[in-house]
Design a binder for this molecule. Structure first.
Ligand code: UDP
Length: 246
């Protein structure tokens, strides 16, 4: 039997990863697929914490175009992440996984408030912990929330599950057919070359706290499991040598 390379992960999924081709909201088929992927690693005994974004529902940045001030828009965005997390919780439980949802903004009728020690206990008991409402603060993103929660629950790695891209490239692979994927990339190069992995606040947090990040695609079945079992997939970001693929 293969021993998983990671014992505890924090998986970050953007809201856009949930919407499939529909352009808005949650695509049930995509949700179903993602839950199967998560089950495949849960079955290996891996502790799984999840931060889900809200970009499929609302982005605070876009609020000003609708006459809504930024902070209010950001709170709306954070509530969007809770909608996604509830949908996720429902789908995961339908597949027999035990879950708990904790939110950074209190809403006790639907979720536990975020309590770090309790979150860790849930993970130890084999429950998947979903973190909703980002950091609870406007002007932040769910990438920063993912970094923060990853430190707090002592995750081995922060896994950025992407759709439409399978790692970090030296230029935009959608625009440049010669773009090369990094096998690994040092934090310093991410910042120096302004590579898009997550927003700058989040990447700086990871660098300062020495948390490795993996950028993988979640479009294809089996990728997450292969990654957890130690296959070299996607791009690793950390205190590593920067290496481009051939
Ligand atoms: N947001 C926020 N503070 C946080 C996390 C999220 O204000 O700590 C708001 C922000 O408006 C953001 C929206 O919630 O645009 C959705 O989150 P994000 O853009 O990170 O989602 P993703 O791009 O991952 O879908």
């Amino acid at each position: 039997m293969i021993i998983p390379k990671y014992k505890r992960i924090l998986l970050k999924l953007s809201g856009e990863a949930l919407m499939g081709n529909s352009g808005y909201g949650i695509d049930p088929a995509v949700m179903d697929f993602l839950c199967d992927e998560i089950k495949s690693i849960k079955d290996l005994g891996v502790d799984v914490a999840i931060v889900v974004g809200g970009g499929n529902i609302f982005r605070g940045m876009n609020a000003s175009t609708q006459g809504i001030d930024r902070s209010t828009g950001d709170y709306m965005g954070m509530l969007g992440t809770v909608i996604n997390a509830l949908a996720f919780q429902n789908s995961l439980e339908k597949k027999g996984m035990m879950t708990r949802l904790q939110t950074a903004i209190r809403m006790e009728q639907i979720a536990e408030p975020f309590i770090r020690r309790r979150a860790v206990r849930h993970l130890e008991k084999g429950r998947i912990v979903l973190f909703g409402a980002g950091t609870g603060n406007p002007y932040f993103t769910t990438d920063s929330a993912a970094a923060l929660r990853a430190f707090e629950v002592s995750a081995d790695i922060l896994v950025m599950g992407k759709n439409g891209v399978d790692g970090v490239y030296d230029s935009d692979p959608k625009k440049n057919p010669d773009a090369k994927r990094f096998l690994s990339v040092n934090f310093k190069d991410i910042l120096k070359q302004n590579l898009r992995v997550m927003d700058m606040t989040a990447i700086t947090l990871c660098q300062e706290n020495k948390l490795p990040i993996a950028v993988i695609t979640l479009d294809k079945a089996g990728v997450l499991k292969k990654f957890i079992n130690g296959e070299k997939i996607g791009t690793t970001v950390g205190e590593v040598e920067t290496i481009l693929s051939e």
